[in-house]
Design a protein around this ligand. Structure first.
Ligand code: DMJ
Length: 929
């Protein structure tokens, strides 16, 4: 392809290329292959793409409109309670709240999205609001990283597009760099954070008082994450180059230089957390997800934006290490920086979903296609990417805060391959967002992807990133009012112009502090996707990479350290894995003894085995707990769109085994339900609401059951409690036989409970569904006259009048809904839902439990009917449950009280025996540092 100085993608970037050429060439990579695709997935018509693009616009309006109407000037929208999240006024959620600086975060983060989505008028209004309302001098402690990527990045992205529009001559004619002035003011506010000997910034700063002052309430931290210290260069360099104030770029470079110096020299990897004073690695595990992700991203993008070869050299060195140790296609698994052949985890986090996109920028498309496909399979199973999932694709952490990383990678892969398959992927993302996350007042994060329950949270990155990538995915060049290829995306998807590479470049020349060697051509290999090799006369090439992974999730065997197992296929015995360990197997005991012996390989095996045992043991503790349940409000105007996370009970009807319970709610009298109800007529045939406290849960259940209730919801009496901030628990019985309790009982924290109580106040009749997992809206509304937008999740039909709670109160009956109502026959949907659940038994598995702590020892055991596969010592797929079953049967012969859970008890004694070895191993690690 021409452009970029006539250099085709796939050709190495020239040594010492002119800055402008470097930037343009790298950006060029992203769009080079769109015309390559000629076969494979069915092409998508222009009309269909436009329809999907319009759908994205409508979704953005729904999110942004509700934020502006119900939350602004607060930092974020709380979409379930339809109000603003103001820090200090809501229960603290810990570190997550450090992004909130009382500076109208969502508005600032949305600025350049408005321009990308062609909402220039709204952009102009939004900029005026920022200039008029936003105060950057609040006495609030914020995360330096989040403030940089979201607020500084948001202001700079806004400024970049404001000057672009001004130059075009129609909009923003009044603009005089005011956003840039705010950005500079904020930049100076962040600088005190860099006052450390290492040059690594403190993780937090007080916007008003900085770090050191007594009023600052921060500055005592010793550690920061690698991404936190290494994700500044784009914004800081842009600020320097826009303003001419060199100090920002200098500080960001210094921090990057320090991280580079501290890389583990033999593996070339970095750890997750580092001491900002000593430079010691605090956490020595290393991956491409949480805690490190955007450090790598910024090295490559800093090269693109600033044209400084040292950044590319560093990136390529790290990338080589990542591909050598962390990448186990399609997986990306954390390892130890000193022992990179040793996996540090058996699960992956959702943040790593950005990595395929970065690989596209790097030009390494094959592993990008593989990892992206694996992630897509996980999404197809759970509708969203859970925050963490195991190597055998079970949910490890079930939350999903509407993260954009997967959409980002989908966009870049589409740009690189032109394969319409990625448009279909984007379509699925849109459908899932509308179907499962859309609520009347915005989009709500998923509290639990398994139950479909919501969290009262819509993070600003959802507007900054998700809508940009989804819109751009379906947009043609003429759909965007400027040339997107002239810009680079920051990690928060803010746009910085590539012409910065030629502006004030003396700053970078003056301040290159690290030494780097002369680069040879190999350093630049694969800097652009080489379409010649990617699609060697075969347009089905990308599809052929995906094909073997199509069933990777459904037919998975737990995969831990495949690399190690493969190395033993040649004949030697593979090391003993914790999941295969049987305390009764003499051969295993023999192997254990050997692991304690002197050889370093045995010691490595031993250490890994112990880590696996600890993980397995905590996994099994989790397995003894019940998964959370869902309370779905199905009556008008909710129509199943609000799903609350509920704690299960260890007694009463088990909702995972029975059909859901549906009914109208009624408060019991007395409200605590601790004595015979005085209003049995009110709760008869209904789901009774009872307040927590003053007697046992089982007693409450019996009292409402005796009054004729068909279910019960216990609401926490601790005002303000919420499943957002407190771990969910299961309600224990009363220590006696509770078989007499037949109705289902669920627990809601006060905040979730008050959503139902408020609904009763407003709408009187409130119907809910108690279940193990949110039900399909169509199934809920079977046979009812309802607006078609609710069933189809076709937001084009939805307007603010219909969806806003205020207006809904005027529309209380089903007959009053619009003429687009339709009657739904759901027999098929129900059966298909059932069959899809059956085909994924583990989606309901107790093993997937997280965030559910028991307030009493649970009597539950793991479900022996679960079909978990594993690999045996020969590396073959076997049925874990058969193993467990067999094992349990063997043990029950000798001791009927022994359960699988107890079988791992000897771990304590094993650990004690090995303490010495661990210490020796740790010493070894220290020496290497
Ligand atoms: C965003 O704020 C940024 O992309 C950041 O780098 C990490 N991920 C979040 C969204 O998930």
């Amino acid at each position: 392809m021409s452009g970029a100085g006539g250099r085709g993608c796939g050709s190495p970037v020239p040594q010492r290329a002119p800055w402008s050429l470097v930037a343009a060439t790298a950006a060029f990579c992203l769009v080079s292959a769109t015309s390559v695709w000629t076969a494979g997935a069915e092409p998508m018509s222009r009309e269909e793409k436009q329809k999907l693009g319009n759908q994205v616009l409508e979704m953005f309006d729904h999110a942004y409109g509700n934020y502006m109407e119900h939350a602004y000037p607060a930092d974020e929208l709380m979409p379930l309670t339809c109000r603003g999240r103001v820090r200090g006024q809501e229960p603290s959620r810990g570190d997550v709240d450090d992004a909130l600086g009382k500076f109208s975060l969502t508005l600032i983060d949305s600025l350049d999205t408005l321009v990308v989505l062609n909402k220039t008028k709204e952009f102009e209004d939004a900029v005026r609001k920022v200039l008029r309302d936003v105060n950057l001098d609040n006495d609030v402690v914020v995360s330096v990283f989040e403030t940089n990527i979201r607020v500084l990045g948001g202001l700079l992205g806004g400024h970049s597009l404001a000057i672009m529009l001004k130059e075009k001559g129609e909009y923003m004619q009044w603009y005089n760099d005011e956003l840039l002035q705010m950005a500079k003011q904020l930049g100076y506010k962040l600088l005190p954070a860099f006052n450390t000997t290492s040059g690594l910034p403190y993780p937090r700063i007080n916007l008003k008082f900085g770090i050191r002052k007594p009023e600052a309430r921060t500055g005592t931290e010793t550690d920061t994450c690698t991404a936190c210290a290494g994700t500044l260069i784009l914004e800081f360099a842009a600020l320097s180059r826009f303003t001419g104030a060199t100090i920002f770029e200098e500080y960001a470079r210094k921090a990057l230089d320090f991280l580079w110096e501290k890389r583990q020299r033999s593996s070339n990897l970095v750890g997750v957390t580092i001491n900002i004073h000593t430079g010691d690695w605090v956490r020595k595990d290393s991956g491409v997800g949480a805690g490190i992700d955007s450090y790598y991203e910024y090295l490559l993008k800093a090269y693109v934006l600033l044209g400084d070869d040292s950044f590319l050299e560093r990136f390529n060195t790290h990338y080589d290490a990542i591909m050598r140790y962390i990448s186990q296609p399609p997986l990306l698994l954390d390892v130890h920086i000193h022992k990179p052949m040793l996996n540090a985890r058996t699960w992956m986090d959702a943040l790593l979903a950005f990595f395929p996109g970065l690989q596209v920028l790097k030009g390494d498309i094959r592993p990008a296609i593989e990892t992206h496909e694996m992630l897509y399979q996980v999404i197809k199973k759970h509708n969203f990417l859970p925050e963490a999932f195991t190597t055998d694709f079970r949910v490890h952490w079930a939350q999903h805060p509407l993260r954009p990383e997967f959409a980002e990678s989908t966009y870049f892969l589409y740009k690189a391959t032109g394969d319409p398959y990625y448009l279909e992927v984007g379509k699925t993302l849109i459908e899932n967002l509308n179907k499962y996350a859309r609520v009347p007042c915005g989009f709500a994060a998923m509290k639990d992807v398994r139950t479909g329950s919501h969290e009262d949270r819509m993070d600003s990155f959802f507007l900054a990133e998700m809508f940009k990538y989804l819109y751009l995915l379906f947009a043609d060049k003429e759909d965007i009012i400027f040339d997107i290829e002239d810009y680079i995306f920051t990690t928060e998807a803010h746009l910085l112009p590539l012409w910065l590479s030629t502006t004030n470049q003396s700053i970078s020349k003056k301040n290159i502090t690290s030494e780097y060697t002369e680069l040879d051509d190999s350093n630049f290999d694969w800097t652009c996707p080489n379409t010649q090799i990617l699609f060697p006369n075969d347009p089905l090439y990308a599809q052929s990479i995906r094909e073997p992974l199509k069933n990777v999730v459904d037919k998975s065997c737990p995969r831990g350290i495949i690399r190690v197992e493969e190395s033993f296929r040649s004949g030697a015995k593979p090391p003993l894995r914790a999941r295969d360990f049987m305390a009764t197997n003499p051969e295993h005991l023999e192997i254990l003894k050997k692991m304690g012996a002197a050889s370093s390989i045995d010691a490595e095996d031993g250490l890994r085995f112990m880590q696996e045992m600890i993980e397995l043991s905590s996994q099994q503790q989790k397995e003894q707990q019940l998964p959370p349940r869902a309370v779905q409000i199905v009556s008008h105007p909710f129509f199943g769109r609000v799903v609350l996370t509920a704690g299960p009970a260890q007694f009463g009807l088990d909702l995972s085994k029975h059909k859901e319970t549906r009914g109208f709610v009624a408060s019991s009298k007395p409200y605590n339900g601790c004595s015979e109800l005085t209003n049995p007529e009110a709760v008869m045939g209904k789901i009774a609401l009872i307040q927590r406290g003053q007697c046992m849960f089982a007693e409450k259940a019996r009292n409402i059951q005796n009054a004729g209730a068909i279910g019960g919801i216990v609401i926490d009496d601790n005002e303000g409690s919420s499943s957002d901030t407190a771990p969910l628990f299961q309600m224990a019985g009363d220590g006696k036989d509770t078989d007499d309790i037949k109705i289902p009982m669920l627990f809601l924290f006060s905040k979730e409970g008050s959503i139902i109580l408020d609904a009763i106040r407003e709408y009187e009749e409130v119907e809910v569904l108690l279940s193990d997992k949110a039900k399909d809206r169509a199934a809920i509304l079977k046979g009812k006259m309802i607006p078609s937008y609710i069933i189809n999740s076709n937001p084009e039909m939805e307007n603010e009048e219909q969806s806003s709670p205020e207006n809904d109160s005027q529309n209380q009956s089903d007959e009053q809904v619009s003429s687009s109502s339709q009657e739904v026959d759901l027999v098929d949907q129900e059966s298909s839902e059932e069959s899809s659940l059956n085909s994924h038994p583990e989606s309901l598995s107790p093993a997937d439990t997280d965030n559910v702590a028991s307030i009493s020892p649970s009597e539950q055991t793991s479900d022996p009917t679960e079909n978990h596969e594993t690999t045996n010592l020969n590396g073959e797929c076997t049925d874990l449950d058969n193993q467990l079953q067999e094992q349990s049967e063997t043990e029950e012969d000798s001791n009927p009280n022994v359960s699988w859970g107890k079988k791992v008890q000897p771990i304590d004694s094993i650990l004690a025996d090995w303490n010495e070895d661990i210490e020796a191993f740790e010493m070894m690690e220290k020496d290497e540092l």
